[in-house]
Design a protein around this ligand. Structure first.
Ligand SMILES: NC(=O)c1ccc[n+]([C@@H]2O[C@H](COP(=O)([O-])OP(=O)(O)OC[C@H]3O[C@@H](n4cnc5c(N)ncnc54)[C@H](O)[C@@H]3O)[C@@H](O)[C@H]2O)c1
Length: 251
């Protein structure tokens, strides 16, 4: 119940899927949650479902100006930031093969998935330092470990997030800032993004057969990993990769 008691956490992409489940779980464990999303309807619904422990803020994570506004808002309203779940992400149409992918699509996916994560770390770390430290969890993917011919820009973006996470972790640790930074790597999770990749029952059943555990993941499966990494239970964990994929990366 109290694993996040007294902590202020910003969750991006909180209006749907993994971000919503993470926001709800963090709040249930005692956190004050700032639920941000580019989608006002979804983000407001998440904050409403949580109640007094959450508030919604409109936020395009690919915009530096938005990041500065959101973090300054937290500085004024909450006065501190203990955790950041850099979760917002997009995948583009499926399939997106490198031979056909447009430069515009490639840039948009990298702008949200990579620049968004970079900006989050850059802009949030000073406020975390003021409060004596914190924890950042960047949502990468199983796609960071394997070739993804049907999602070319997406795979590249998640590989970048995996690597950049270690850079932030090392830099913060060496400087003694008491800020940890880790990545989570979901496999195939039943969310809006997951549905876009597996649009019908046949595709879902085929995918289940490829997953050693025999089922798709649920948003909560990832939320529990993010909760652990944001909590003080993970005080000795930084620069790590938490793979939550039903065993797919072990094949
Ligand atoms: N679902 C999967 O199978 C899967 C697998 C691996 C990794 N992931 C990653 O998990 C994260 C969450 O994805 P999900 O499956 O919950 O998808 P989702 O589509 O359900 O949720 C993504 C959320 O991000 C928001 N968003 C998109 N662009 C944004 C922007 N520029 N600024 C702010 N918010 C933005 C959307 O509005 C949405 O609410 C993503 O980073 C995704 O890449 C998902």
């Amino acid at each position: 119940m109290d694993r996040m008691k007294g902590k202020v956490v910003l969750v991006t992409g909180a209006g749907s899927g993994i971000g919503r489940a993470t926001s709800e779980l963090l709040a249930a464990e005692g956190a004050r949650v700032i639920a941000s999303d580019i989608d006002r309807t979804g983000g407001e619904a998440t904050a409403k479902a949580i109640g007094a422990a959450a508030r919604f803020v409109a936020h395009d994570t690919s915009s530096e100006a938005d990041w500065v506004r959101v973090i300054e808002g937290i500085r004024s309203a909450e006065g501190r930031l203990d955790g950041l779940a850099n979760n917002a992400g997009i995948a583009g149409p499926f399939p997106s093969r490198f031979a056909d992918e447009t430069v515009e699509q490639w840039r948009r996916i990298l702008a949200v998935n990579v620049e968004g994560v970079f900006l989050g770390c850059k802009v949030a770390v000073p406020l975390m330092r003021e409060g004596g430290g914190g924890s950042i969890v960047n949502t990468s993917s199983l796609a960071a470990f394997v070739g993804t011919p049907d999602l070319s820009a997406y795979g590249a973006s998640k590989g970048a997030v995996r690597q950049f996470t270690k850079t932030v972790a090392m830099d913060c640790a060496r400087k003694g800032w008491k800020i940890r930074c880790n990545s989570v790597h979901p496999g195939v999770i039943a969310t809006r993004m997951g549905d876009a990749i597996l649009p019908d029952e046949r595709a879902r059943e085929r995918m289940k057969k490829r997953i050693p555990i025999g089922d798709l993941g649920a948003p909560r499966d990832i939320a529990y990993g993010i909760l652990y990494l944001l909590s003080d239970e993970a005080r000795f964990v930084t620069g790590a990769e938490l793979v939550i994929d039903g065993g797919m990366n072990a094949i």
